[in-house]
Design a protein around this ligand. Structure first.
Ligand SMILES: Nc1ncnc2c1ncn2[C@@H]1O[C@H](COP(=O)(O)OP(=O)(O)OP(=O)(O)O)[C@@H](O)[C@H]1O
Length: 701
């Protein structure tokens, strides 16, 4: 306690000492300058340097470590009096009121101004933003690289841009009331319009072309991601990156850089013209820039936050619509129309709230921005009048200056706006590149493509949890062998890991421990296309894409003869029903195969798997949509390919009994395995399970 109190006393004493030393130095430097002890500016700046050293050393002694904001404050605070005095003497050839005879009001004014400047600096260029800047630069250069293919369009656009800017100046100069040739005005106008139109057209083409390229690349990268990625990333976010962020990113170079460059050139030209009329008024006008920059910065932060929140709500609203459209049968049969309408209204209200907040922020910003512009106009008129009275300017020059200034004001506002936009587009580019650069956790760069494949599968000490729920171990030390040419049936209670075994064999996920071998080689060492041609899967609900039956059967294959298609369809027991259709194999299946029955979709799914002549066939509960006869025919068809390894998840007793090996899975492990007879004799899990299934099948409804 006593220690704390003494430390407080020490700090207060040190602070008083620091302020006293600084005030003494402040007055001493004023006194020395006043009496010209060392002569003019040299002394002014020497005393400023001395003050800076003194306050820095004292602050270091007091605090031990100086934060960047404090360093900025101390620097501004020590140097400001010297800057102010030098400026007044050079510009007005007189001493400022805060010169040698300065009083404590000046001291406080400098302290306040320095604090304001340091805080402004901190907000606009925060300390530690170097890393961020470096990253933005790298991202920007990467976007520029993407524009490489459109360099001709960009080059043409830049030429027309320069032309338009030059002509605009000619127009302004011809109009500013000074003695410049007016007869060239119509030509300059024509050139400016032509330049602007051609520039817009060419750059627009470049933007569109680059945006398409970005979207294409992003989509390609997305399709390579593992399933876990899609399970852990929101659909709305993926769609937002593909649509909004990719579009924003495409505009980075083509639009923002173009506007930035054009406005920058115009601004520079305007400043030059204004300087030639009155450099003092020009400096006054330029003081608006940091203020509008700061306002824009604050506005951007809030606007982006609210826009993001609004987009998230929009994605949720779209999701709600999608769910209802896809599940309209369920909605109707549970009569939840009102409930769904309320749910959607709630989402709309959320969007509306964020939109209102965002618009309010925009309105406040526009108001502040207009008030700043108005204040600047008043200042210009006030000082302009003074300069006219002093004979430093003519009325004509002031009018010309005001014309330029209104142009400059517009340009400065455009510059801050485009700069903000550019930062946004670089942030968007960062998000897009994050997906483009993402390496899928399930790699697809294996090279192995053996001429002969037996189809022997071994699960070795496999442990696995789904990426969306890593805490729940689904398979643990799982070991299993599937022999070539044999049929293995996976059975077990629901939710014990049967489908997970299949997903891992398809390489939809990567196990956390252990691995699966195909003919003694890890699955990941096989070439991606080769592997998926050799392992075919038919799932419970096969997905069909819109197109013909033929397109769906040959999905992903480039050359596939009609005989091969028909043979696969026969094995899948699909050929007969396809032949009865008016257009046969050219019949359109509709969106997601909606024009076919569940069983027909299933059989086309089986034909699609078999046409690839795979070595390993996986049937994941196909019995749920096939009747016993169809399933029998499918299994017979599969039996006609004796070398195929068949893995079946089934609940139908007859299917299971036929298997060469039956594996009971419970708790993510193999509990029992053997033939039907062996397991029945064992009187264990399988026996019990079978009795349960038998009871289910025979129970009176
Ligand atoms: N994509 C997923 N993300 C997270 N957990 C999952 C996922 N898929 C399945 N699970 C969980 O993993 C466990 C095993 O599921 P799996 O689908 O492999 O069981 P199953 O034996 O095939 O069941 P069923 O016979 O009902 O199809 C379940 O507890 C399930 O909740």
């Amino acid at each position: 306690m006593a220690e704390k109190a003494s430390s407080k006393v020490y700090q207060v004493t040190a602070l008083i000492l620091a302020v006293s030393v600084d005030l003494s130095l402040f007055y001493a430097s004023g006194f020395a300058v006043f009496h010209r002890l060392l002569g003019g500016f040299a002394l002014l700046w020497l005393s400023a340097a001395l003050r800076w050293s003194a306050v820095t050393v004292i602050s270091l002694l007091l605090l031990g470590d100086l934060k960047p904001l404090l360093v900025r404050f101390l620097t501004a605070y020590s140097l400001l009096p010297a800057v102010f005095e030098t400026g007044t003497r050079v510009l007005y050839r007189e001493q400022s009121q805060c010169g040698p005879g300065a009083d404590v009001r000046c001291w406080m004014m400098f302290a306040g101004a320095s604090l304001g400047a340091a805080v402004f600096w901190e907000i606009t260029i925060p300390a530690g933003s170097n890393q961020q800047k470096q990253r933005s630069r790298v991202l920007f250069m990467r976007v520029v690289q993407l524009y490489k293919a459109d360099y001709r369009l960009l080059l043409g656009g830049s030429v027309f841009l320069s032309l338009a800017v030059i002509c605009k100046f000619q127009i302004l100069q011809a109009n500013d009331g000074t003695e410049r040739p007016i007869h060239r005005l119509p030509f300059a106008c024509f050139q400016a319009i032509q330049g602007a139109a051609c520039r817009g057209g060419l750059l627009g083409c470049a933007i569109n072309s680059c945006t398409c390229r970005i979207k294409g690349k992003l989509f390609e990268a997305l399709t390579k991601q593992e399933i876990g990625f899609f399970e852990t990333t929101k659909t709305g976010e993926i769609i937002s990156r593909l649509s909004k962020d990719a579009t924003l990113m495409g505009k980075t170079v083509g639009l923002n850089v173009n506007v930035l460059l054009r406005t920058f050139l115009k601004t520079m030209g305007m400043i030059f013209l204004m300087m030639s009329l009155s450099w003092k008024l020009t400096l006054l006008v330029l003081m608006e820039t940091p203020i509008t920059g700061l306002m824009r910065n604050i506005y951007d932060t809030h606007y982006q936050r609210l826009s993001q929140a609004m987009q998230d709500s929009m994605a949720r609203a779209t999701e709600a619509v999608n769910e209802v459209v896809f599940g309209i049968r369920l909605v109707r049969s549970f009569s939840t129309e009102k409930h769904e309408a309320n749910r959607y209204n709630k989402r709309l209200l959320e969007i509306h709230t964020f939109k209102t907040q965002r618009d309010t922020v925009r309105a406040v910003y526009v108001l502040a921005w207009r008030v700043t512009g108005l204040c600047m106009d008043v200042f210009i008129l006030y000082y302009g009048r003074i300069f006219i009275q002093k004979g430093q300017m003519t009325t004509g020059q002031l009018v010309s200056f005001i014309i330029y200034q209104s142009n400059l004001g517009r340009n400065i506002r455009t510059l801050t706006f485009v700069f903000g936009n550019m930062l946004n587009s670089v942030v968007a580019a960062g998000k897009v590149f994050e997906y483009m650069d993402r390496k899928p956790l399930v790699s697809t760069d294996g090279k192995l493509k053996p001429d002969q494949l037996q189809g022997k599968i071994s699960y070795q000490n496999l442990s696995f949890a789904y990426p969306s729920n890593l805490s729940k171990i689904v398979l643990q030390d799982f070991n299993l062998e599937l022999a070539p040419g044999q049929m293995t049936a996976l059975v077990g209670p629901s939710g014990e890991g049967k489908s997970t075994c299949v997903s891992l064999l398809q390489r939809l996920y990567e196990p956390q421990k252990g691995e699966i071998l195909l003919d003694g080689e890890p699955l990941k060492s096989y070439d991606h296309h080769f592997f998926h041609k050799k392992i075919a899967v038919v799932s419970q609900e096969p997905v069909l894409f819109s197109g013909s039956i033929r397109d769906n059967i040959t999905y992903g294959l480039t050359d596939c003869s009609q005989e091969r298609i028909e043979e696969a369809a026969r094995k899948a027991n699909a050929h007969d029903f396809i032949k009865t259709l008016e257009k046969g194999y050219d019949t359109e299946v509709g969106e997601s195969g909606g024009q076919l029955s569940k069983s027909e979709r299933q059989r086309i799914g089986i034909a699609r798997a078999l046409v690839r002549e795979p070595k390993v066939v996986i049937l994941d509960e196909i019995t749920s949509s096939l009747d016993a006869e169809s399933e029998n025919k499918v299994l017979q068809g599969l039996a006609s390919c004796p070398n195929q390894t068949l893995l079946v998840i089934a609940h139908r007793l007859k299917t299971i009994e036929k298997a060469d090996q039956i594996v009971v899975i419970r708790g993510g492990q193999v509990e029992e395995k053997g033939t039907h007879q062996e397991l029945m004799d064992l009187q264990g899990s399988y026996h019990k399970l079978r009795n349960e299934l038998f009871d289910e099948v025979n129970s009176p409804q």
